[in-house]
Every structure is written in structure tokens, then in C-alpha cells.
Design a binder for this molecule. Structure first.
Ligand SMILES: Cc1cc2nc3c(=O)[nH]c(=O)nc-3n(C[C@H](O)[C@H](O)[C@H](O)COP(=O)(O)O)c2cc1C
Length: 159
């Protein structure tokens, strides 16, 4: 089965973990994502691949903006919370502010990229959202990693 082999390969590719947020009609929304990549520096462009079943999917399309929040090692509980369909409001008690586009920037993250939605491309079950980076920021610390279907400590840090 090519699908099983494909999954086995992708489990061997280590990634960071992000929470992609957006804001529509005064309501914040977000979900945990690791299908995230840099695309271009001029202009600064990133992509996120979002399942069309995700409740956040139509909101990013409609809002025309999103923010990629790169999680710190200590934020695994936040990643779990934003990956759960069972939690009514994952933003409850979460420290956040609003970026230039109005998308939520979560507190305590390692970095963020505030993006205007530039393009959407359909691919299989997912949509590739391309975003032009309008604002971004960093802080120091260790990243939350993901490898072989589990959260990991990659043992590295930006001091
Ligand atoms: C580590 C991790 C990475 C994930 N990456 C993605 C991703 O890149 N794209 C995606 O569509 N779903 C991804 N998911 C699944 C979503 O987080 C999950 O389906 C979530 O419930 C969607 O929330 P929503 O329906 O409220 O938008 C990931 C889940 C985990 C745990």
C-alpha cells in the first residue's frame, strides 16, 4: 500500500509544531499544524496545508489572513488542546495579542509569522494556503518537536 509506505516515510521526517490562527467576525480560531514551510524570501512567503474537514479551513479563506505560531517545548499542552475537536474554546485562558493583520499571536511562543492570504491551491484532501508575511517576531528557547507520531524534545535551543 503506497499510502502506508507514505505515512511511514513522513513519520521519519522531524518537524516543529505550530498553531495556525485566524480571526473572523471578532472570533479567534486556530488549530495545530506541522504541514508548514517557508516558500520564498522575496516576498517573504510561507505555506500551510489545511485539511478541508478542519473547521478552521473556511475561516482562513474568509478572513484572508492567518498567523503561524511556532511552539516552544513547554507548550505541548497547547498543541494538544488546539488539535482536539472536543474542546469548545481552546483560546480560553490563553495569553494572546493581535498581530498587524488582526490574527491572534499566542503568548510564550518561539516565533510567529503574521500573514495575508495570498493564494489557495487544492491538493488531495487539503488546501495549500500561501501567505505573504506582513510581520513576524522571535524569542529564545527550545522548540517543540514532532517525530514518529509523537511530540519530542529535539534537545536544541536558541539561547
Ligand atoms: C502534531 C500535529 C500536526 C498537525 N498538522 C496538521 C496540518 O498541518 N494540517 C491539518 O489540516 N491538520 C493538522 N493536524 C490536525 C488538526 O490539528 C486537527 O484536525 C484539528 O482538530 C483541526 O481543528 P479544527 O477542525 O478546529 O480546525 C495536526 C495535528 C497534530 C497533533
Amino acid at each position: 500500500m503506497i499510502e502506508a509506505d507514505f505515512r511511514a516515510v513522513m513519520r521519519r521526517f522531524p518537524t516543529g509544531v505550530t498553531i495556525v490562527t485566524t480571526m473572523l467576525e471578532g472570533k479567534p480560531k486556530g488549530f495545530t499544524a506541522n504541514a508548514f514551510s517557508s516558500v520564498s524570501t522575496e516576498p517573504p512567503t510561507v505555506l500551510v496545508c489545511v485539511n478541508r474537514q478542519a473547521r478552521t479551513h473556511p475561516l482562513i479563506s474568509a478572513a484572508g489572513r492567518f498567523c503561524v505560531n511556532v511552539l516552544r517545548l513547554e507548550q505541548q499542552a497547547l498543541a494538544e488542546r488546539f488539535a482536539s475537536k472536543a474542546i469548545e474554546d481552546p483560546f480560553a485562558d490563553v495569553d494572546m495579542r493581535f498581530a498587524t493583520t488582526g490574527s491572534p499571536v499566542l503568548g510564550g511562543t518561539l516565533a510567529y509569522l503574521d500573514c495575508e492570504l495570498a493564494e489557495e491551491h487544492s491538493a488531495g484532501t487539503h488546501t495549500i494556503f500561501l501567505g505573504t508575511v506582513i510581520a513576524c517576531g522571535v524569542s529564545d528557547g527550545a522548540p517543540l518537536g514532532y517525530f514518529n507520531a509523537g511530540y519530542r524534545d529535539f534537545g536544541c535551543t536558541i539561547p
